[in-house]
Each structure stands twice: as C-alpha cells, then as structure tokens.
Design a protein around this ligand. Structure first.
Ligand SMILES: *[C@@H]1O[C@H](CO)[C@@H](O)[C@H](O)[C@H]1NC(C)=O
Length: 829
C-alpha cells in the first residue's frame, strides 16, 4: 500500500506538468490582443456599441431618450399628450364591483382583455398636469423617478432606480385631496438590455394597468414594446407562507420546550431516571460527550461493540453508527460535522436500552457510560429516558454548547475542518460578488477594477465547490471502508440493513433542513424587504419552486427538468447537493469492489474517471466553450441556449470526487501508519500541489483577454481544471493527515474552525438567502470597490453563520430527536 501512497506525489507532479503545459500554451508568444482589448474596454467601445444597437433594434435613438429624460417639463408634457390620446383610444365600461375601466381596441398579447382602471389613467393624467403646474406632491413624485444623462455613455450605467422613499413618501390625504393619491414605486426594466429606470405612479394603478399603458404608449409612439414595469407592492401573506411560518414556529416551540427542560427540569427527570445518587455524574458525563468530537473514538466504540460475543444484536446499531459517522463526516464535507453524532451518542446513553433481546448491546453501552448503578436503574425507566433524550436533543442550550464547542480532541482529521470552512467562506465571497451583477452603479469601472489577476479568486470561485467534492469522496471512502472492515462477519440481511441505513440516514439528516431553507428562500424572503425590480424575481422564484420543489428532496434537481437551466432551478445553488447525493448513491458500488480487491477497485475508479473526462472533453469540444473573451469555437448551441451542459452534471463533476476517493482509500490502507518521506519529497510534493492549485485558479487569467486561445488549450483547461484542483486538494489532505502539513496544516487544523465547520451545511443552505435579502432590498445600486466588497463579504460570512446556527438549532435538533424515536422503535420491533 505504501507504494500507492508513494505514487501520490507522482500523480501530483504529473498534474502539475499538465497544468503548466496548458498554461504555457496560453501564455506563450506575444499578446497582441491584450492591449487592444483592454484599450477598447477603457474606451468603452464594446458595451456601448452593443447597447446602442439593442436600443436601435427597438426603434430608439439613445441620444433622444437621454435628452428626453433629462428635460423635466418637456418630457412630462409629451407623456401627458400621449396619455391623453391613449385615453381616447378606449371606451369606458362598468366593472362588476362598480369600478370603471377603459377597454382598448389594441389588444396586448397574452391578455384576453386589454383594460385599465379608469381611476389609474385619470390619476396619471392629473399627476402630469400637476407636474407641469409645479404642484408640490407632483414634483416630488416626478423627481423621484430614475434619470439618465450623457454620463451613461462613458460609465455604461443605463440604470437608475430613482428614489423609492421619495416616491412612497407621497401619501394620499383623504380630507383635502392633496395629494389626491399616494405614490407607488415601480421600475421599468428593458428586456434583454441592462437598462431600466425607477418610475413613480399613482397607487390607484395596478402593475398590470401600468404595463398596459406603457405598452399602448410605445405603440402610439411607433416603437416595438421593449420594456416592462415591475411595481413594488406589499407582499401578501398567503396560505403557504403562513403555513410554513407556523411550521417553523412549531419547531421553535419544540426547541423552546427542550431548552426550558434543559434549564429547569433536567435534574428532576434524570433523578427519576437514574436515581438521585448518580444524577450529577450523568450530567457531567453527558456534557463530556458533548465535547467529544473525535470520530476515532466512535470507531473504537463500534469496534468494542463488535467484540462483544452477540454480534448480531449490535448490527443495526453499528450500521447506524457507521452511517451517522460517515454521514456526519461526509456532510462535514460541506455539511455539519460532529454535531449529529454526539447527539446520537447521548441517545445511546439514554434511550437505546431496554429490550431484553439486546441486553448485550445495552451492557456494552452502559459500560460505555460507566456506571453500574445506571445499568440497574435504566431498564425500568425507558419512558423517562426517551423523554429526556428527546427533549435534550431539542434543547437550544444543549445543542449550542455542542455546536460551538471548539475543544480539540485527538481528532486526527482536524485539517478537514479548515478546508470546509475556508471553502465555505470562499463560496460566500464568490456569491457576494456575483449576486450583485446587474445591480452595479459602476459597471465599466467594475470591469476594469476586477481585471487583475488577483480577482480570479472571485471569478474562478466555482473551484471551491470541487474542494467539497474531494472532501466528500475522501470521507465516504475512508469512513465506510473502515466501517466495513470492522464488521466483517454479517449476514446478507444485516448488510442490507447496513446499506439501507447508509442511505436513509444521510437523506434524513440532509433533507429536512434543506426543505426548511427552501421555504425560507421561496416563501419568507419576499417578506424581508423589497428593492427595485424584485417583485418579478420573487414571483419567479415562487412559481419555479412551486413546480420543481419536489426535485430537491429527491436530489435530481441538476437533471430534471432536462435539459436543466440552472437559473430556472428553484434553489440554483443546490445543484451541488444533488451531485453529491448522486455520487453518494453510487459510491457503495465502488467501495465494495475497492474493499474486496484494491486493484479492481482502483481500475473501476480509473474507468469512471476516464468516461467522465471523455464526456467533459466531448461536450466542451462540441459546444466550443472558451476560456477567453473570444467567440465560441463552434456554432453548436445548447437547446435551450442557456441550458447547462457541463456545470452541474454528475458525469462531468465526478473527477474531483474520485480523486478524493483515491486519497481516502490510501489513508484506509495505511491504517494510521505514517509513511516516512524524505524532506525533499515532502517539499516537492507541496510545491507541485500548490503550483497546480495556483495555476488552476489564476493561470486562466492570462487567457481572458486573448482572442486567439487555441481550442485544444481551452478544452484541456475546461476538462482538467477541476480534476487538477482535486488532486491538489487531495495532496493537502494526504500530507496534513500524514503530519507533513507544516504551516498550512497548522492553519487548517486550527481550533477556531471546529465550530464553524459544524455549521457548514446550514451555512451553505442559508447564505444565498442572506445575500439575496440585501441585494433584493437595496433601494439603490451597489458601488464596487475593494472596500465595499470586503465589507460585504465579512458581513455576509458573519450573518450567514449566525443564521446557520439558528437554522441548525431550530431544524436539525428536532429532526435528530425524531430520528431517535424512529430508531428506538426499530430496536423494539
Ligand atoms: C390633510 O389635509 C388637511 C388640510 O390641508 C390637513 O389639515 C391635514 O393635517 C392633512 N392630513 C394629513 C394626514 O396630512
């Protein structure tokens, strides 16, 4: 096995060579296009011409638009004139409830009847008249709209949300009819062009009214309709929102009960359960358990169980432990390490205990909790024990203590915590920036500002997710193989039990909190606040989640609906969870072969890798994807055009996972032995790994500005970058676990990562809600600078982890409590 381990540096070195070759092809030779491109960006030729053309295609001369927007009274008079002629295009009709409507002859497509509330049109006309008369309320509404001036040509900023507050500060006075109506804030957004303006209309108009009028106006002026209006209206609390909130409140109530129990009643129940004499001891014991996060200990416990003569009775327990453990560590791969298990352990102390058939098992576990008195008492007090364990697993106080404990044990895998947390921070950093695209106050400046090599850490941030894949592959392999190894002699039925729990536990641990996050995202987020042009986004999220929510608990959201469009997915960022689950589902096939025959297993891994890389290569080649700003190499476009072909598909994303599996297998085979490596080998290994990581992340920058990157190079990079990244990360894991980590190992194993690592899964689920809450409630545009990005990032990290803690206490605690009840039942049957 050591030979295989020794091969690792060679693999790393080979990857390094490939990456460097790739890089040199990109970088070789003079770079005639770079300067030209940058110069043209600076002279804002690109974007501006595109935008001019887009406007022109819609029959608009941009210069005219800007001029008109700047000219207050003139523009108001023009609108007034046009609106008056719109009024003359319709006839008035009485609605059922006494409302009057204008019914127009010009029908808006997709609307059975083109009608507008008469009060809306009358009030709009009155507003424009009052604007030209300089009436105070009307002026306030008028100037609160978004404006363009000729600076747009030089900044590429064709958006202005205007002043939402000023618009909404106009409140109807029913007594004096001055103002005669309140201001309603809307945003007119152009289709397909990054352009749009805030608009303030009378609140007697519905969004649909404004849209129809805008449409009719454009027809009247003689241009093809090119924008829609999105109005900010109070989000109503509908049944689903209320139901979901009630569900959360119910969980909160459970957690509250658990916490109150923990604080006030625990001693009493423990006394009943175990006799007053040992109560203190038990309490102490369970808080010790709380801080034990050492999966090695878990292993030992399991092995101990196994050594008991009555192996059969412990099978389910062991399997459960294994899955919990794998589970927990795996989830730790992005998800919540450590936490679950310790809760589970407490149940072991409390619940598992009474059925006579399992006495052996009970005894092992009671020995584990170390008191013979407990053993005597326990069998009489199952009811109390169940209650105790349940309530304690709900208790926020108890769970908080466990989650936030940073106590380092002899956990040899501490390095993984660092990798998890750093990668999660990185995901948040990437999203902090990417979620603001389209809402920037300085688009051209941002383009130039971020056109530096260091910014690749953000533009190329999707590599962070590949680190999670490596961790997942590593943990599932290492822990499951260890588990299989320790429980060899089992019947088929027991193996079936083992594998069904392998799946069930993972699903159960991941899914409820995932669904809770989805509810918060789709149902509650619209109530957090509204900015400009967000209503339409909230509506979209709701409708897409209504259609597709069920694909998420089945973990097929990256495949269905096919062909998948990431932007049209309910929780776009959760494609990772689907992939990870899909890899997990197939992992036993590989693991069993690996366990039975190492060579065959590695050959299997290699063939899957080959198939995956070939498909990735083929897709990249077929669609002609580029790594620079040039045109695609081929004319083949996915159908629909924005369909995802390679980013979220399991067959293209598995390479780093497989790399992690190989490292896991090597670590398993070493069985805790340390390979002696000469310092030179260690140093070259690190150098090769770090250089590989660096080039994968930053090397691509040199190609961005070029227009002549050969397709072969682009496809090489696109095919191998994630694998190369995975190999580099694999080396970090391997070297750190082998104690060759040096300063990097020390940093990654830092205690401060321990509590944060446990919150990784929840942070992954909830951080987009935090980010979007700000993006979608901002009434203004975002100004990009290094300082604003830094502040945004730090705030997002802190708020995301704080929310992750709440989510974990609120949903994960009760979920685990329920799981205990379920498996308590299993044992009794
Ligand atoms: C409405 O207008 C009347 C008369 O100008 C004024 O006295 C009253 O304070 C106003 N009401 C509100 C709510 O502003």
């Amino acid at each position: 096995m050591t030979t295989l381990a020794r091969l690792l540096p060679i693999v790393v070195a080979a990857t390094f060579v490939v990456v460097v070759c790739c890089f040199t092809t990109v970088h070789a030779g003079a770079d005639p296009y770079l300067d030209k491109y940058l110069a043209s960006v600076r002279q804002n030729k690109h974007g501006l011409e595109d935008i001019r053309k887009l406007f022109a295609d819609r029959g608009l001369d941009l210069n005219n638009v800007v001029e008109n927007m700047g000219n207050n009274q003139e523009f108001a008079k023009l609108l007034l004139e046009k609106l008056s002629s719109v009024r003359d295009m319709g006839t008035i009709r009485e609605g059922e409830n006494g409302d009057q409507f204008y019914v127009f002859d010009n029908e808006v497509p997709d609307r059975p009847e083109t009608l507008v509330l008469a009060s809306c049109l009358t009030d709009l006309i009155r507003l424009l008249v009052d604007v030209s008369l300089n009436v105070e309320y009307a002026s306030r509404m008028w100037v609160s709209r978004g404006k363009l001036d000729e600076s747009a040509f030089y900044t590429l900023l064709f958006k202005d949300p205007g002043n939402r507050w000023l618009c909404q500060s106009v409140k109807e006075n029913k007594t004096s009819q001055n103002p005669p109506f309140s201001g309603k804030y809307c945003y007119s957004a152009a289709f397909n062009i990054p352009a749009g303006l805030g608009t303030c209309v009378p609140d007697t108009c519905t969004e649909e009214d404004v849209n129809i009028l805008a449409w009719l106006l454009m027809i009247l002026i003689g241009i093809e309709p090119f924008y829609y209006v999105d109005c900010t209206e109070p989000t109503p609390w509908n049944t689903a929102d209320i139901g979901f909130t009630a569900g959360l409140a119910f969980f909160a109530l459970i957690v509250l009960c658990g916490s109150l129990y923990d604080i006030f009643l625990q001693q009493l129940v423990l006394g009943k359960m175990r006799g007053y004499a040992v109560a203190d001891d038990v309490v102490k014991r369970s808080s010790q358990n709380a801080v034990e996060n050492d999966y090695e200990n878990v292993r030992d416990d399991t092995v101990e169980d196994d050594q008991g003569s009555d192996v059969a009775t412990t099978s389910i327990d062991s399997a459960m432990d294994a899955t919990d453990d794998v589970q927990e560590e795996m989830e730790g791969a992005k998800v919540n390490g450590g936490y679950d298990f310790r809760v589970e352990k407490e149940v072991k102390d409390g619940v598992t205990k009474e059925p006579p058939a399992h006495k052996k098992n009970v005894e092992v576990e009671i020995d584990d909790s170390g008191s013979s008195l407990q053993r005597a008492k326990r069998s009489n007090n199952l009811g109390w024990a169940v209650l105790h364990a349940l309530l304690m697993s709900f208790s926020a106080v108890n769970n908080c203590k466990k989650l936030l404990s940073a106590k380092k044990t002899k956990n040899t895998m501490a390095v993984l915590n660092g990798l998890r947390v750093v990668s999660m921070f990185w995901v948040i950093l990437g999203h902090s920036c990417s979620f603001y695209i389209g809402r920037l106050m300085n688009p051209l400046e941002s383009l130039i500002l971020t056109d530096v090599i260091g910014f690749n850490a953000i533009t190329n941030a999707t590599l962070s997710v590949d680190t999670f894949f490596v961790l997942s592959g590593f943990l599932v392999t290492y822990l499951t193989l260890k588990q299989i190894d320790s429980v060899r002699k089992r019947s088929t039925a027991q193996w079936a039990g083992f594998w069904s729990l392998f799946y069930f536990h993972r699903w159960w641990r991941l899914t409820p909190v995932y669904m809770a996050a989805m509810g918060i995202y789709a149902l509650l987020m619209p109530h957090f606040g509204q900015g400009w042009n967000t209503e339409v986004i909230y509506e979209y999220i709701k409708s897409i989640c209504r259609q597709q929510w069920w694909t998420h608990p089945l973990y097929i959201n990256n495949l269905y609906p096919w062909p998948n469009v990431l932007d049209d997915s309910c929780m776009g960022w959760s494609w990772y969870l689907a992939n990870d689950m899909q890899f997990y589902i197939i992992s036993p096939l590989i693991l069993i072969v690996l366990y039975k025959n190492g060579k065959a297993g590695l050959a299997l891994v290699a063939s899957i890798m080959f198939v995956s890389l070939s498909s990735l290569f083929g897709l990249n080649w077929h669609y002609g994807y580029t790594i620079s700003s040039q045109e695609p190499y081929t004319d083949n476009v996915p159908d629909p055009e924005n369909a995802d072909t390679t980013y979220s598909k399991p067959y293209t994303r598995i390479p780093p996972y497989l790399a992690g599996m190989v490292v896991g297998y090597v670590m398993f085979k070493l069985k805790g032995k340390r390979i002696k490596m000469p310092p030179l080998m260690v140093i070259s290994g690190w150098l090769a790994a770090l250089t590989t990581l660096w080039f994968t992340l930053y090397g691509i920058w040199f190609s961005y500005q070029r227009m002549d990157v050969p397709q072969a190079t682009a496809v090489m990079y696109l095919t191998f970058c994630r694998l190369a990244w995975g190999v580099g990360v694999g080396w970090i894991i391997f070297a750190c676990l082998q104690d060759y980590g040096g300063p990097i190992g020390a940093i990654l194993s830092w205690q401060i990562w321990i509590p944060l690592a446990r919150l990784t899964y929840c942070a992954y689920l909830i951080h987009p809600v935090i980010l979007f809450s700000r993006v979608y409630s901002d009434a203004v545009l975002f100004h990009t600078s290094y300082i604003t990005i830094s502040y945004l990032f730090v705030a997002n990290v802190v708020l995301s982890y704080a929310s992750a803690l709440v989510l974990s206490l609120l949903v994960e605690g009760p979920t685990m409590g329920l799981e205990k009840v379920m498996f308590g039942k299993f044992k009794r049957s």
